[in-house]
Design a protein around this ligand. Structure first.
Ligand SMILES: Nc1ncnc2c1ncn2[C@@H]1O[C@H](COP(=O)(O)OP(=O)(O)OP(=O)(O)O)[C@@H](O)[C@H]1O
Ligand SMILES: [Mg+2]
Length: 222
């Protein structure tokens, strides 16, 4: 088991309102799983993914990575995030004063790879995503869909065992969306990388190994 989320609960308190977003959400991810999560806007998909990516803490419930309990504030969390997990944000959060190539190289360099090797691997991956002509552009010089693909490349560059992706095709037109799905599928099959993908694209979601709907704070297998 790569990741196991057990009985997660999360409530937001917004002035006088309590929003119980996660009530009892559980999910097991095995090596090589391709899992899609769907659900209505505002039902808590991003919240769930952030908790699974150690970016946020649940109010209750536990998270295990390779059978070891982990929390977002444990000292090893940053290293786990950088080496074992790849995260594609719904709103990509690229570093504005780094180019596409530098944004994608960064996680490798943090792991100790030389700049030259990191950049050549980043270039290869970006080219694979159709961005060979955009390597030296800054995020504000890229379209929303291009930024999203740079963000996907940044999540994949360290060959993480598990990639958590929040609507990775949300800003893409159908042909680029298909390209991204094809890349995800081939990485999943060739490298046995696991993916948990939040998507509104029900048709594509049906091609995953398992599809869950997040509804009323609980994940239901479809
Ligand atoms: N920091 C916060 N404080 C208060 N409420 C929040 C906070 N973050 C999220 N929420 C609320 O929690 C609910 C779940 O938000 P979340 O972003 O997880 O939904 P989502 O399923 O990802 O929606 P979408 O499909 O629109 O991206 C929403 O009602 C949102 O308004
Ligand atoms: Mg969301």
């Amino acid at each position: 088991m790569i990741l196991s989320a057990r009985n997660l609960k999360k409530t937001y308190i917004d002035s006088d309102q309590r929003i119980e977003v996660l009530k009892d959400a559980s999910l097991n991810v095995e090596q090589g799983d391709l899992i899609c999560i769907t659900g209505k806007s505002g039902c808590g998909k991003s919240t769930l993914l952030h908790i699974m990516g150690l970016l946020d803490a649940p109010d209750a419930g536990k998270l295990y990575l390779e059978d070891q309990e982990v929390t977002s504030n444990s000292p090893s969390a940053p290293q786990i995030r950088n080496q074992k997990l790849g995260f594609v944000f719904q709103f990509h959060y690229l570093i504005e004063d780094l180019t596409a190539l530098e944004n994608v190289s960064l996680p490798l360099m943090i792991c100790g790879e030389s700049e030259g090797k990191a950049k050549s691997k980043a270039q290869e991956l970006l080219s694979h995503l159709g961005l060979a002509q955009r390597l030296n552009r800054y995020p504000n010089q890229l379209s929303g869909g291009e930024q999203q693909r740079v963000s996907l490349a940044r999540a994949l560059i360290n060959n993480p065992q598990l990639v958590l992706a929040d609507e990775p095709t949300g800003n893409l037109d159908p042909s680029h969306s298909q390209e991204v799905w094809n890349l995800i599928k081939s990485l999943n099959q060739e490298l046995n990388q696991a993916f948990v993908i939040v998507t509104h694209d029900i048709e594509t979601a049906q091609t995953a190994d398992r599809v869950y709907e997040l509804t009323d704070g609980v994940l239901i297998l479809q």
